[in-house]
Design a protein around this ligand. Structure first.
Ligand SMILES: [Zn+2]
Ligand SMILES: [Zn+2]
Length: 251
């Protein structure tokens, strides 16, 4: 992790290579994870999940093209915010710690939970604000143009929204001590949950033993309702805020 401190962000060439590398990782992550998810749940196990498909209409070619274009724009924004985070890290403004024993090991899952809860809170209120602000609703509509969502909708946002969504990551890392492994886990959860919520197929088990999980953790059905009824279900990972603020769709 000491390597981070050796990157010379004042050198234009270095900055360009770094930005290019980050963009490549983010794009591979998007195409690989979304493609894999689609392949597993909608092709490989089509029989098993066929009756759990939420999408009423096949997405048009234009929808997919728009989602891919916006997701690639998002990547440019996420990449720039990542450079900003590396700069903050180098200047020791963040609480990122590289020595895994600086905090007890049990703190690693705790830090992940704190991050997710704070991120969920930020997103709920940002999301609600975006639905109520006359200017931001236009920005947020880029995402809502997809009513029958797909795995490609997962990062399909207007660049302004991508920035508002991404900026919370460096902010939280200035506040919450986290090991880089915990950060990677959180980024993975972010990616997977965005895909789960937009893929248009409910993959959470319907068994009674999963009742509590489905009640508190947001999945495809919950977020699909948001894309159909924009005044309900604003949450990101958990249903706490929707339940508390009475914005959860009760059918
Ligand atoms: Zn969405
Ligand atoms: Zn929305």
């Amino acid at each position: 992790m000491e390597d981070i401190y050796n990157i010379d962000l004042t050198d234009f060439g270095t900055l360009l290579i770094l930005y290019g590398g980050i963009l490549a990782i983010l794009l591979i992550r998007y195409f690989f994870m979304s493609g894999l998810y689609y392949g597993v749940f909608l092709i490989l196990f089509k029989e098993k999940y066929g009756n759990k498909v939420l999408t009423r209409k096949m997405p048009t070619r234009d929808q997919i093209k728009r989602e891919l274009k916006l997701s690639i724009y998002s990547t440019f924004v996420f990449g720039a915010v990542t450079i900003g985070l590396i700069w903050l890290w180098q200047k020791n403004y963040t609480q990122i710690y590289s020595d895994p024993f600086q905090y007890p090991l049990w703190y690693v899952p705790i830090s992940i939970a704190i991050f997710l809860l704070l991120h969920d809170t930020y997103y709920y209120w940002l999301h609600k604000w975006m639905h109520h602000s006359r200017w931001l609703i236009k920005v947020h509509n880029a995402h809502h143009q997809s009513v029958n969502t797909t795995v490609w909708t997962s990062f399909s946002f207007h660049p302004v929204e991508s920035f508002l969504q991404a900026i919370i990551v460096p902010i939280l890392l200035v506040l919450v001590p986290m090991h880089p492994i915990a950060i990677l886990i959180v980024l993975l959860i972010m990616t997977v949950s965005a895909i789960i919520n937009h893929a248009g197929v409910e993959v959470y088990p319907g068994k009674p033993s999963f009742d509590k999980f489905r009640k508190y953790v947001i999945g495809a059905t919950h977020h699909d309702i948001h894309h159909r009824r924009a005044n309900k279900n604003f949450g990101l990972y958990f249903t706490f805020w929707d339940r508390l603020m009475k914005t959860e769709y009760e059918g």
